[in-house]
Design a protein around this ligand. Structure first.
Ligand code: NAP
Ligand code: GLV
Length: 309
């Protein structure tokens, strides 16, 4: 059985090299040079061309090269029998935890403002917030969100989480379900979105959500661009309800040059780099699933197509 990489754009040669290094002799193919369609059973994928999988009659597993699987599940022509897996990797979790912590501290200490002040040689010290003054709300307390919440709590923030189901976490108060969303939002001076993109969570960062946050709240979206209603964010910042936002993900990536986010003084942008899967470490779980598939064993990190994550 081969592993076929179906990936528009990013890091294809890294994956090929990492797979071959870990398992010399492995039959790795890169779409469209996948050989005969009947031979394709295990695919490693990121942002595939829509509809491409339906041509593979024996496809059994589509492995996302990232934590998210929305890019796979949005394909209306996914073969029914296929299992979908995702990456759960301690490096990915650590990188997301460090990045979101950096964004929180950057905002609290005004580092973006001081950089702007430096550019005009302005010396203007300002009072700043400290961790004990700030409650952070993490939407999505899964692999990444739970780690982010734990780290922020360990450095002195009060941290609340929001998930679909109830859970007990040390030092983190978790609000569960839609009924608890408003109470969760009311506490969040800094809101971090780490939800998967599903039918339920699309557009969740909207005007109504923002209006329930305390005045001067700051928004961090490191999940998916489709969680955010772009104009609602700009409106709520310009009205003075929100202090600003740090965004790593966008509806259209790369973010078009004409997009108003680029020029907004209270919106900070990074190009979807919060946490990038490292093929060198992640190939271990890919190869584990490749072996499991051939031995008819249950796969690791399978997502529920019904829940969408
Ligand atoms: P995960 O382990 O599946 O966790 C998802 C969390 O969201 C769970 O706590 C889940 O609740 C909660 N959730 C899902 N639907 C919900 C709903 N309708 N209402 C309330 N809570 C809901 O996912 P993960 O590994 O932490 O990754 C999260 C997302 O981060 C990925 O899907 C991806 O989009 C994004 N990401 C971005 C980057 C980047 O570089 N910017 C990198 C990696 C990942 P339950 O616990 O109750 O199930
Ligand atoms: C990145 O966005 C991922 O889902 O891993």
């Amino acid at each position: 059985m081969s592993i076929t990489i179906v990936n528009q754009g990013r890091y294809i040669s890294h994956w090929v090299n990492a797979l071959k290094e870990k398992r010399p002799g492995l039959d790795v193919r890169v779409y469209p040079d996948a050989g005969s369609p009947e031979e394709v059973e295990f695919v490693l994928s990121w942002n595939h061309p829509m509809g491409v999988f339906k041509q593979f009659p024996n496809l059994k597993c589509i492995a996302s090269t990232g934590a998210g699987v929305d890019h796979i599940l949005k394909d209306p022509e996914l073969p029914e029998q296929v299992q979908i897996t995702r990456i759960v990797d301690e490096n990915l979790t650590r990188d997301m935890t460090m990045f979101t912590t950096a964004l929180v501290l950057n905002y609290m200490r005004g580092l973006y403002q001081y950089k702007a002040a430096e550019n005009i040689k302005e010396w203007k010290p300002k009072r700043y917030l400290t961790a004990k003054d700030v409650t952070i709300g993490v939407m999505g307390i899964g692999e990444l969100g739970a780690s982010v919440a734990g780290q922020l709590s360990s450095i002195g923030f009060k941290v609340n989480g929001w998930a679909r189901t109830e859970k007990q976490l040390q030092s983190i108060n978790v609000f569960a379900g839609n009924a608890a969303l408003d109470d969760f939002l009311a506490t969040a001076d800094i809101l971090i979105c780490l939800l998967p993109l599903t039918k339920e969570t699309a557009n969740i960062l909207n005007k109504s959500t923002f209006s329930k946050l305390p005045k001067n709240a700051f928004v961090i979206n490191v999940a998916r661009g489709e969680h955010l209603v772009d104009n609602d964010l700009i409106e709520m910042i310009d009205l003075g309800h929100l202090a600003g936002a740090s965004l790593d993900v966008f509806r259209q990536e790369p973010l078009p040059e004409s997009h108003p986010f680029w020029a907004h003084p209270k919106i900070n942008i990074t190009p979807h780099i919060a946490s990038i899967t490292n093929p060198e470490t992640a190939v271990t779980q890919i190869l584990e699933n490749y072996d499991r598939l051939q031995n008819n064993q249950p796969l690791l990190n399978v997502v529920s197509q019904t829940k969408g994550y």
